[in-house]
Ligand binder design. Structure first.
Ligand SMILES: C[S@@+](CC[C@H](N)C(=O)[O-])C[C@H]1O[C@@H](n2cnc3c(N)ncnc32)[C@H](O)[C@@H]1O
Ligand code: SF4
Length: 475
């Protein structure tokens, strides 16, 4: 048992192990397409009736509210395509594409900054992709310096970036640290050579190990590693080795994503479809990784996230201040998220907005009025209530009925009679407990939390009538 575990912790781990002994029939019932709820309502519900003018009025509302600010910038480029990838990427070996992209991005940043009062502090900035370290160190310094000039940063702002160890040099890390970046998120996925070959991502263990060591020396506060279970040629034994290797590197956080197989959106995923572990096999891989991380002293935050005890995510979960947004779990609840760059998403006050997904359209929209909204959504009162319920379930794993009733002026049991009815089966299957006071996910329910959240989402019924699948499976 690791030094920081207590016997209560290990009892909880053992109980979870017991709960995870599920049948094929159970998996067949619960492993079905479902949203990851990085927003509610989910993106397929947003529509193009919401445009730049609507976003501008939402910007004004946010300024009046004076809420803290979170900035997201999307750098879509990667040098080569990983075949499993479901992100919004542009594969381009020729790096001449970066300067024109950055020039448009600067225009958008400038326009957005005009809508954000300097009295409002930026508490979080995140660069995602694609691969932000596709940019050279001078390009990174230039883009970040420009952003800092236009916004007011909180002294303890969380400043993070996604890095692909295969294209990230010590010079990149040095410049990032010097600029004030304090969080790194690294893609690893799996270390097994056969898996790496199948997904077209050759990334030796030593490369990741050395990058993490350099990041530690430079003093980054928090290092996250992304892994994926359910990739082609993975087995529980093989994945256990990857997890052991990761544990030896002691990252602060781990994202253990379920492989999202969405070949109708990403054709290249078809290349290895015949070699994917499915059903119980895929669940076994997850179960193995989960047990290893728990045994190593990590806490299971929820859905796909683990953190060391004492990490802000773990503390936020205990204090019920954890929040979920497009980057997954975050400690910055209450901040308005301004997304910039092609495809970027904003979540501001009671609205969502997404930028154009085609590079040319995004460029043209920024040139025209600086705001590049392609579609969006304003939440109704019912949406806001359901968003709060789903968010609490996903972040705190418990919904206190009275709290919701008081905040929204409803009677929880009456308002959600339909959802509670839908959850009856899940309760019988051991995914949750319900009392007059609360609905609480069990250990098993925390793994299948998306299924529980789906009961509160009335849009799904209509979406599932559509022939085209919209979401990956919940496991
Ligand atoms: C936008 S990528 C950024 C990281 C960086 N480009 C890299 O690859 O190292 C963020 C993460 O999304 C995850 N991801 C991408 N496609 C996925 C899929 N189909 N299923 C599950 N996770 C996926 C990967 O774990 C990846 O590290
Ligand atoms: S996983 Fe990362 S590097 Fe690979 S294609 Fe996706 S965004 Fe690019």
């Amino acid at each position: 048992m690791p030094a920081n575990s207590t016997s209560a912790d290990s009892a909880a781990v053992n109980q979870l192990r017991g709960e995870l002994r599920v049948s094929e029939a159970f998996l067949a019932k619960y492993n079905r397409p479902g949203p990851r709820y990085t927003s509610y309502p989910t993106a397929p519900i947003w529509n193009d009736a919401f445009g730049p003018v609507d976003l501008e009025s939402v910007h004004e509302e946010a300024n009046r509210a004076g809420s803290p600010v979170s900035l997201y910038m999307h750098i879509p480029f990667c040098e080569s395509l990983c075949l499993f990838c479901a992100c919004n990427v542009i594969i381009q070996k020729n790096k001449d594409v970066a300067p024109p992209y950055l020039s448009v991005l600067r225009q958008e940043i400038h326009r957005v900054s005009e809508s954000v009062s300097r009295d409002r502090e930026v508490v979080q900035l995140h660069w995602g992709g694609g691969t932000p370290t596709y940019l050279t160190p001078p390009q990174i310094a230039d883009l970040f310096g420009y952003t800092r000039e236009l916004f007011t940063f909180a002294p303890d702002a969380e400043i993070g970036i996604e890095v692909d160890p295969r294209v990230t040099t010590p010079a990149h890390l040095e410049v990032l640290r010097r600029l004030g970046f304090n969080r790194l998120s690294m893609g690893v996925q799996d270390f097994h050579p056969e898996v790496q070959q199948a997904i077209h991502r050759l990334q030796p263990f030593e490369l990741t190990r050395d990058l993490i060591a350099s990041a530690r020396e430079l003093g980054f506060d928090s290092i996250n590693v992304d892994l994926i279970y359910g990739l082609p040629y993975q087995s529980p034994e093989r994945f256990a080795h990857t997890v052991d290797q990761i544990i030896s590197l002691a990252p602060d956080r781990i994202a253990l994503f379920s492989y999202a197989h969405v070949p109708w959106l990403k054709k290249q995923q078809g290349a290895f479809a015949a070699h994917l572990p499915a059903g119980m096999q895929k669940f076994d891989i997850f179960r193995t990784g989960l047990a290893q991380f728990l045994d190593a002293g990590y806490l299971y935050i929820g859905m796909d996230h683990f953190a060391k005890p004492g990490d802000e995510l773990a503390v936020a979960q205990q204090q019920r201040t954890l929040h979920r947004n497009f980057q997954g779990y975050t400690t910055k609840s209450g901040a308005d998220l301004y997304g910039m760059g092609v495809t970027a998403i904003s979540g501001i006050q009671n609205a969502y907005a997404q930028n154009h997904r085609e590079l040319r359209n995004w460029e043209a929209a920024v040139a025209e009025r600086g705001i590049a909204t392609m579609r969006g959504y304003r939440l109704s009162a019912d949406d806001r209530l359901r968003r709060a319920v789903i968010s609490r379930l996903l972040c705190h794993t418990v919904i206190f009925k009275d709290e919701i009733s008081r905040e929204f002026g409803v009677n929880f049991d009456e308002y959600f009679a339909d959802a509670l009815q839908k959850l009856r089966g899940a309760r019988e299957d051991g995914l949750l407990t319900e009392s007059a006071r609360e609905i609480r996910a069990t250990g098993l329910g925390r793994i299948f939390i998306r299924n529980l959240a789906m009961a509160f989402d009335p849009y799904l019924e209509k979406q599932q009538l559509d022939a085209q699948p919209l979401f990956s499976k919940t496991l």
